[in-house]
Write a protein that binds this ligand. Structure first.
Ligand code: BES
Ligand code: MN
Ligand code: ZN
Length: 495
C-alpha cells in the first residue's frame, strides 16, 4: 500500500473513491459539505431519503455523484459529533477501509484525517489512519493453495488534511505510521505462520534476512554455544524437541558506538505443547502463537530501522519448541541457569520463564540502558486483563511510566501490575534455589517475580502479552501487539 498526504478541495479529487464523514443527525463534515455544494446538494438529498443517519461505522457507497470527478463517494458514519474520540476515529477509518475492499477502487482520497479530534493533531491522526488502514487490509493467505485476494484492491491512499501547513508534519507522521505498520505486519506474519513452518531455524533465517536488509548485525548462537555459556535452563526446554534451538541476537546500531542500548528480549517458543506437563487438546493450535514476543522484537527492530532511529537497540530471542519426548525434561528436574541459580522444574509448561531467564542474564553484557522482555507468558494474564491491555511489570517505576505512556500514544495499551516482594514468597523450593511455578493465585505476578531474580543488573520491564498478542475465534490471528507500544517507547527515547 502506498500512502501520501494532500490538502485541497475534496470535490475536485480525481480518484477511485473519495471518503467523507457524516455525523449522527445527517450532519455533513466539512469535506462532505464541499462535495455536497459542488454536486448540487446531492449528498443532502440522499441523506434525506434515510439511507444513512450517521451512526458510527455505517457506510454508504455512492456512484455517479453529479459534477464530481471521483468515480465513487463513500459516506462514513461518525456517530455523535461531540462524542467523536479516538476509538470512534479508528472505527470510522476501519469501516471505510472495509467498505472499499469490495469495490473496484484501486486508489482513494480519505477525508477523515481532516476531521477535528479532541486532543489530537494532524500527526496523530495521520499515523493512526495509516495503522488502521493497513490493519484492515491485512491478510495471511500465503498457505492457501489459491489466494482469496480479489483482482482489484486498494493500492494508493491519499490522506486529506485541512490546511497546506499540515502537509509537512503529516508527511513525517505518515513515514512513522508506515514504519510501525510494516513492523506490525511482520510480527503478524511470523505469529500466524504455523509451527511446522515457523521453527527456531526459520526464525534464525528471518533474523539474518532482516539484518541484511536493514544493516543490522545478526548472530545465531547454536546449542553448543549456549552450552558453553551455561544456559542450562534454556537448553533444558529445548531437550524434548527434534528441532535445534537457536538463540538469536540482532543488533541495530543507529546511535553512538558507546551509547548503552535498549535491549528487547522476546519469548520464542515456536510451539508450546506444555512438554511432559502436556496441555489439553482444545485450542492447542493457538500455541503456535507462543513466539509472538519474539515476533514483536522482529517487528519493533524493523520499525526502528525504517525510522532510522538514532539509538542502539538489541533484540534477543531464545527460540525453541517445547515438546514432550524421551529426552524431555521431567517435573522435578533441577537445572542450573546461566546466572548460577538453580531451578526446580515443577511444571514443564511454565517454560517461557525458563528460556527468558538465561536470555535476561545473557544481555547483562550490553550494560543496557533498559531491558524490556515481551512474552506470551501466562494464561493467568488473560484472566486478569482480558484481551485489552498488556500486563506490565517492572523494577523501575519510571521505565513503567514510559511504557504505559508509549502504549497510550500508540493506541496499544498496557497496565501496570504489582511486583511487590510479598509475592516472592510463592517461589520456594525444598531442593533448588527456586521452583519454576508458584501457586495458581496471582500466576502472572509470580511468573514476573521469577524473572525479576535475573534482572537485578539493569532497569527492566516485562510485558505479558498472553491476552493481547492474538485473537481467537472467527478472527483468529496475530495482532502484532505490542509493536506500536515499543516503537513509541523507542521514539521517545531517541528524541
Ligand atoms: N504459553 C503459555 C501461556 C499461555 C497460555 C498464553 C494460554 C496464552 C494462552 C505458557 O507457557 C504456559 O503454559 N503457562 C502456564 C504456566 C503455569 C503452568 C504455571 C499457564 O499459564 O497455564
Ligand atoms: Mn507453556
Ligand atoms: Zn508458553
Amino acid at each position: 500500500m502506498e500512502f501520501s498526504i494532500k490538502s485541497g478541495s475534496p470535490e475536485k479529487q480525481r480518484t477511485g473513491c473519495v471518503v467523507v464523514g457524516v455525523y449522527e443527525g445527517r450532519k455533513l463534515s466539512a469535506s462532505a459539505q464541499g462535495i455536497d455544494a459542488a454536486s448540487g446538494q446531492y449528498l443532502s438529498e440522499v441523506l434525506r431519503r434515510g439511507d444513512l443517519e450517521g451512526a458510527l461505522g455505517k457506510t454508504l457507497l455512492l456512484h455517479g455523484v453529479p459534477k464530481i470527478p471521483a468515480d465513487r463517494v463513500l459516506l462514513v458514519g461518525l456517530g455523535r459529533e461531540r462524542d467523536f474520540n479516538e476509538p470512534a476515529y479508528r472505527t470510522a477509518l476501519s469501516a471505510a477501509a472495509k467498505a472499499m475492499k469490495g469495490t473496484g477502487a484501486t486508489d482513494a482520497v480519505v477525508c477523515l484525517t481532516d476531521l477535528t479530534l479532541k486532543r489530537h493533531d494532524t500527526s496523530w491522526k495521520v499515523e493512526h489512519a495509516v495503522l488502521t488502514i493497513m490493519e484492515a487490509g491485512y491478510r495471511f493467505d500465503r498457505l492457501k493453495s489459491k489466494p482469496a485476494e480479489p483482482k482489484r484492491t486498494l493500492r494508493k491512499v491519499t490522506l486529506h488534511v485541512a490546511r497546506r501547513s499540515e502537509i509537512e508534519p503529516g508527511e513525517t507522521a505518515l513515514d512513522r505510521g508506515v514504519a510501525i505498520a510494516e513492523g506490525i505486519a511482520l510480527a503478524k506474519d511470523l505469529g500466524n505462520l504455523p509451527g511446522n513452518h515457523c521453527t527456531p531455524t526459520y526464525l534464525a533465517e528471518q533474523a539474518v534476512d532482516l539484518g541484511k536488509r536493514h544493516g543490522m548485525k545478526v548472530d545465531i548462537l547454536e546449542q553448543k554455544d549456549c552450552e558453553k555459556l551455561g544456559m542450562g535452563c534454556y537448553l533444558a526446554v529445548a531437550r524434548g524437541s527434534k528441532q535445534p534451538p537457536k538463540f538469536i541476537v540482532m543488533e541495530y546500531h543507529g546511535g553512538k558506538r558507546d551509547e548503552p542500548p535498549v535491549v528487547l528480549v522476546g519469548k520464542g517458543i515456536t510451539f508450546d505443547t506444555g512438554g511432559i506437563s502436556i496441555k489439553p487438546a482444545a485450542e492447542m493450535d493457538e500455541m503456535k502463537f507462543d513466539m509472538c514476543g519474539a515476533a514483536s522484537v522482529f517487528g519493533t527492530l524493523k520499525a526502528a530501522a525504517l525510522m532510522k532511529l538514532p539509538m542502539n537497540v538489541i533484540g534477543v530471542i531464545p527460540a525453541t519448541e517445547n515438546m514432550p519426548g524421551g529426552n524431555a525434561i521431567k517435573p522435578g528436574d533441577i537445572v542450573t541457569t546461566m546466572s548460577g541459580q538453580t531451578v526446580e522444574i515443577l511444571n514443564t509448561d511454565a517454560e517461557g520463564r525458563l528460556v527468558l531467564c538465561d536470555a535476561l542474564t545473557y544481555v547483562e553484557k550490553y550494560k543496557p540502558a533498559a531491558v524490556v522482555d515481551i512474552a506470551t507468558l501466562t494464561g493467568a494474564m488473560v484472566i486478569a486483563l482480558g484481551h485489552v491491555a498488556t500486563g506490565l511489570f517492572s523494577n523501575s517505576d519510571s521505565l513503567a511510566r514510559e511504557l504505559i505512556q508509549a502504549g497510550e500514544t500508540g493506541w496499544d495499551r498496557g497496565w501496570h501490575m504489582p511486583l511487590w516482594d510479598d509475592y516472592q514468597e510463592a517461589l520456594k523450593s525444598n531442593f533448588a534455589d527456586m521452583p519454576n511455578i508458584g501457586s495458581r493465585a496471582g500466576g502472572s505476578i509470580t511468573a514476573a517475580c521469577f524473572l525479576s531474580r535475573y534482572t537485578k543488573a539493569y532497569p527492566w520491564a516485562h510485558l505479558d502479552i498472553a491476552g493481547t498478542a492474538w485473537k481467537s475465534g472467527a478472527e483468529k490471528g496475530a495482532t502484532g501487539r505490542p509493536v506500536a507500544m515499543l516503537a513509541h517507547f523507542l521514539l521517545r527515547r531517541a528524541a
